[in-house]
Design a protein around this ligand. Structure first.
Ligand SMILES: C[C@@H](c1ccc(Cl)cc1)n1cnc(-c2ccccc2)c1-c1c(C(=O)NCCN2CCN(C3CCCCC3)CC2)[nH]c2cc(Cl)ccc12
Length: 100
């Protein structure tokens, strides 16, 4: 019925589709599939940083991503997790809505 159709699409409405370079990074962190919620994208990016040991062991809010694909995407050598704006800018460039 109409309300069921509506519920199915609502389930999809907050999905995003990463462009290929970002998708490869998420898959390296264990992501399956091609569409995700923003929360899932952030989770897998965090996992990627941990698995690749890109964060500073002493100053754990600092991420050194120069020389890594993540740094290529961000256009940065390093950033602090305390200032998420570069990450959001990168996501704007590398996520498309999966709703269509
Ligand atoms: C608030 C959140 C955040 C989320 C988004 C942004 Cl744009 C900034 C900040 N955050 C706070 N610290 C981190 C973090 C720090 C070092 C290494 C890995 C993650 C994160 C990030 C998460 C995450 O999903 N975080 C879950 C809890 N984290 C606590 C920190 N924990 C580690 C800290 C280093 C030592 C080992 C534990 C891992 C779980 N996802 C991210 C993705 C990116 Cl592109 C950058 C950072 C993070």
């Amino acid at each position: 019925a109409a309300e069921n159709a509506c519920r199915i699409t609502l389930g999809q409405v907050n999905q995003v589709r990463p462009k290929l370079p970002l998708l490869k990074i998420l898959q390296a962190a264990g992501a399956q599939g091609e569409t995700f919620t923003l929360k899932e994208v952030m989770h897998y990016l965090g996992q990627y940083i941990m698995v690749r040991q890109l964060y500073d062991k002493r100053q754990q809010h600092m991420v050194y991503c120069g020389g890594d694909q993540l740094g290529e995407l961000l256009g940065l050598e390093s950033f602090s997790v305390k200032d998420p704006s570069p990450v959001y800018d990168m996501l704007k460039r590398n996520l498309t809505s999966a709703a269509m």
